[in-house]
Design a protein around this ligand. Structure first.
Ligand SMILES: [Zn+2]
Length: 332
């Protein structure tokens, strides 16, 4: 209990370090060497972030251990994000429901007939996507580590637990989604390998993560304890490729009603003759250039403008009337 209180309190105070020790690691996507690029996070707390010199991935280093991450999610995560511990804010539920309806329509478009198709939402939050997909005729499942969150939908098909203990049959799913989850995990390749096992040979996988290049202000405000990884397009594709996946469809921000681009792709299992052209050196160089040269003053100005933008965009979806802009045409 004392530890829980310590976690909660220290996470709301600037300059007080997060209570974790972590371990020094190399890049968890490509094994490359990390180079320190940032030592502050958006809560004005010390947090050391490396940029991989080989693939341009951002990763917290020292990286929290599995146990330290579990403690954080158990005691702090929802509180730090929403000021709640044991309840789910109604406003959040409504927003998630709307978001899920859009996403479920995309899942539906991937299959001619949903009947008998088994789907799994990996890290399903409130279960809103599981329910929305089920409504469309799929046999939908999900799991979520958060206790309150995982019980919200009151569905027997939504389990509570972390991905390491997720227990389903090998090659038992036609579709798996992992939406804004991978950036929270210290071992993304292990997680994707598990997904590869669970997915049928002709199954599809939807991965979405925040795009570290999509922000106007590229500075310390993009870093916080929960996101231990920061992806860009090509290093996410590299991670998926390494785990045995090949991209077949790009999901645009207009389709999912987001103001900013996400790295969002649907994958199938990789075949022997698949080829994927990635320029990881260019990602590393661009991320170093964009994130590595900010003075603190510039960072604070960036943070203020980010705050104003957040404030002005209370209903971003209803105002997103910009014409669709295709940002990526190189993926089939
Ligand atoms: Zn790397």
């Amino acid at each position: 209990m004392a530890f829980k209180l310590l976690l909660q309190r220290s996470n709301t105070k600037p300059f007080v370090p997060y209570p974790f020790e972590g371990q020094r690691i190399d890049c968890p996507v490509c094994g490359g060497k990390g180079h320190n690029i940032m030592n502050l996070d958006r809560e004005w707390k010390p947090l050391s972030t490396d940029l991989c010199e080989s693939c341009g991935l951002f990763f917290t280093n020292p990286m929290p251990t599995d146990d330290e991450l579990k403690d954080y999610y158990r005691a702090t995560y929802r509180a730090a994000y929403m000021g709640v511990v044991d309840t789910v804010p109604a406003q959040h539920v409504a927003k998630k429901k709307k978001d899920a309806a859009r996403r479920a329509a995309i899942v539906r478009s991937l299959f001619r007939d949903p009947t008998g198709r088994r789907t799994l939402d990996f890290g399903c939050g409130l279960g809103e996507l599981v329910l929305a997909i089920e409504t469309l005729g799929f046999d939908a499942y999900g799991f979520e580590p958060g206790e309150v969150w995982s019980q919200h939908a009151r569905s027997a098909k939504i389990k509570q637990g972390d991905w390491q203990s997720a227990n389903y049959g090998v090659k038992s799913f036609d579709f798996i989604s992992i939406i804004h989850v991978l950036e929270h995990l210290r071992a993304p390749l292990d997680c994707l390998a598990k997904i590869e096992q669970l997915l049928k040979d002709d199954g599809l996988l939807w991965i979405e993560v925040p795009d570290m290049q999509a922000y106007e202000s590229k500075n310390y405000t993009r870093f916080h304890f929960a996101h231990v990884l920061g992806f860009s397009r090509d290093n996410l594709l590299a991670a998926a490729w390494t785990a045995g996946f090949y991209p077949v469809r790009t999901v645009t921000k207009e389709e999912i009603g987001k103001m900013r681009s996400q790295v969002s792709f649907v994958f199938r299992k990789r075949k022997a003759d698949d080829v994927l052209d990635l320029n990881l050196a260019a990602v590393a160089s661009r991320n170093r250039k964009d994130y590595g040269r900010k003075s603190l003053v510039a960072s604070v100005i960036g943070a203020a403008s980010g705050f104003m933008q957040h404030f002005r965009s209370a209903t971003p979806r209803s105002r997103s009337s910009k014409p669709p802009r295709i940002t990526d045409s190189s993926v089939p």
